[in-house]
Ligand binder design. Structure first.
Ligand SMILES: Cc1cc2nc3c(=O)[nH]c(=O)nc-3n(C[C@H](O)[C@H](O)[C@H](O)COP(=O)(O)O)c2cc1C
Length: 546
């Protein structure tokens, strides 16, 4: 299949629209069909305006009297099975140089008047060459928040050129966002749909589902327009140019997702150490405000070089890694940083995150709800408490708890540790039922529990991280070295506690209060629980303070 691309943006390869076109072409290539591609960028061509002399109709039929690059364009159009027009919307139409190219297609038609077959009956000219089977794709971006209502002129133009419904049009608003590296999470998601569209176009046609994704706004109107306004770097009231750090802060503030408002306003102070400027972003119920003076008491202060924060926003470096390497400091409530993605995801961010494929290796399948530590703990607790009171009924109760765990997995995701716990407790319960001494089996069960926790510290994701990630950014948190380090320390602390628990458990089981061992062994975990709650806030904040 021969594909000819006309890049009609004055920016050539730097065009926003061309990013979409490239994604569409990549999809076409992936389709498996043998495709040959040719491209021409109008900004590199010498195409003079049509003189209106009609010599291509009468004096030299099919040949224009102007000698320039247009002859090559026409040649490629005749060669192509699919011609792709890629251009920005300029004043609700096509850019001027592209309009010149469109006008210069006159040699491709014959002068005679015919019915165009369209509903409007406006008249038409027959094709000079056999154009049967040739297809057209029109790809365009525009600057307003939506394509709707902006493309009437372009649609009317191509309706007349190709015939209504005889071409595929992909029009996209918010086009300038495609060049913003900080937003590539969303723009690349959109480009992946364009790519899919390219693949489907070659096959059975673009599916309704893909059209639906392509029809979605990149960002909600308000966020986009605030972001666009901030990007010009000009004060709305005074018209004066703003500093780079203020423009950057304003743009960041526009991405605030007010759904994540925690019930009270948060004041984020950004102190840019390299340019010696600071601003505050107030995250409120109705949206965010940037303060340049009359500062409030900050909830959280980030002291960072502007260059570092920029690189983090662009995804060039990871925020948590930069923190570990002391590239910036955080004072005050560290929770704001821990939940950064929830606060600054833009209104669509959450949705986009949900669509991400699970890359997380500990989860075996993905039911609707995240896992919970109760799934892991309940079989153990039932066994420890039950079997120490009555080895037979306690073991039966523990086996029943293990049997119920798979039901839980219908609703909650499971981790390898939930599965291991079920298997181990089942094993210990059976041993107890077949008469193994309970004074040995219960300490052994504590030991196995301790070994499982401690051993997990030697893996990439320590045990507690599998569960606590849902209190933070979900699977994203697993990429956060600070989160992992905090969890590694906590998992180890819990692991060691259970490695030593068998010592006193063994002796207590030999006394008259052996039946109370489940209750006795709950005392230390209560304190450990309090320590855990404190440590998981204190430790990251300590690191953040530098
Ligand atoms: C002269 C000019 C006219 C424009 N007219 C419109 C317009 O009518 N409607 C619109 O939504 N965007 C308009 N835009 C914005 C562009 O369509 C938008 O920035 C587009 O993404 C640029 O694409 P490109 O990088 O592929 O050239 C205009 C831009 C310029 C420079």
């Amino acid at each position: 299949m021969n594909i000819f691309v006309i890049n009609g943006s004055p920016k050539g390869e730097g065009s926003n629209t061309y990013r979409l076109t490239k994604a569409f072409l990549a999809g076409m290539r992936e389709s498996g069909e043998a495709v040959e591609m040719r491209e021409m960028a109008v900004n590199r061509l010498n195409i003079r305006p049509c003189l209106g002399c009609f010599s291509c109709w009468n004096k030299t039929p099919g040949k224009c009297c102007i000698t320039d690059d247009m002859a090559g364009v026409l040649e490629n159009m005749l060669w192509a099975d699919v011609t792709i027009w890629s251009f920005p919307l300029y004043y609700f139409s096509v850019p001027g140089p592209l309009k010149n190219l469109i006008d210069r297609q006159l040699p491709l038609v014959l002068p005679f008047m015919v019915e165009d077959g369209g509903e409007d009956g406006s008249g038409s000219h027959p094709a000079r060459y056999d154009m049967t089977g040739k297809r057209t794709v029109v790809i365009s971006t525009c600057g307003f928040y939506t394509a709707q209502g902006n493309y009437d002129g372009v649609s009317s133009l191509f309706d007349h050129i190709c015939g209504r419904g005889n071409y595929t049009a992909l029009f996209c608003g918010q086009g300038e966002l495609f060049r913003v590296p900080e937003l590539k999470g969303r723009t690349e998601e959109y480009l992946s749909y364009v790519r899919l569209a390219g693949r489907e176009y070659i096959g059975s046609g673009i599916s309704d589902k893909t059209w639906e994704s392509l029809g979605e706004l990149l960002y909600p109107r308000k966020i986009f327009e605030d972001m666009a306004d901030a990007s010009w770097g000009v004060d709305r009231e005074t018209g004066k140019k703003e500093t780079d750090s203020l423009i950057f802060t304003r743009q960041m503030a526009t991405l605030y997702n007010k759904e994540s408002w925690p019930g009270h306003d948060l004041v984020l102070e950004m102190s840019y150490t390299d340019v010696n400027e600071r601003y505050q972003v107030v995250l409120g119920k109705e949206g965010s405000t940037v303060l340049t003076e009359n500062f409030r008491t900050p909830t959280t202060t980030v002291e960072t070089p502007l260059t570092v924060w920029r690189s983090i926003s662009k995804g060039e470096i990871s925020g948590s890694e930069a923190l570990m390497h002391r590239q910036y400091r955080v004072e005050g409530d560290f929770n704001l940083l821990m939940n950064w993605d929830a606060y600054f995801s833009g209104a669509r961010g959450d949705e986009a995150n949900k669509q991400k494929k699970p890359s997380y290796t500990g989860v075996i399948h993905m039911p609707s709800k995240p896992t919970t530590l109760s799934i892991l703990l309940i079989p153990w607790i039932v066994f420890w408490a039950g079997a120490s009171i009555n080895s037979f009924w306690g073991s039966i109760a523990a086996l029943s708890a293990c049997a119920l765990v798979p039901l839980w997995f219908y609703r909650n995701q499971k981790t390898i540790y939930d599965v291991m716990s079920g298997a181990l407790v089942t094993g210990f319960s059976i041993l107890s039922l077949v008469g193994a001494p309970i004074r040995l089996i219960i300490p052994l069960a504590y030991l196995a529990f301790g070994v499982m926790w401690t051993a997990s510290c030697f893996f990439k994701i320590p045990l507690t991280a599998h569960y606590s990630m849902y209190d933070y950014d979900g699977e994203e948190a697993l990429e956060n070295p600070l989160f992992i380090k905090t969890n590694r320390i906590l998992t180890l602390a819990w692991g060691v506690l259970y490695l030593i628990t068998p010592i006193w458990t063994y002796f207590i089981l030999g006394t008259g209060i052996g039946g109370w061992i489940g209750a006795i062994n709950s005392i230390l975990p209560v304190f450990m629980g309090i320590f855990t709650a404190w440590f998981q806030k204190w430790y990251p904040a300590k690191i953040a303070r530098g």
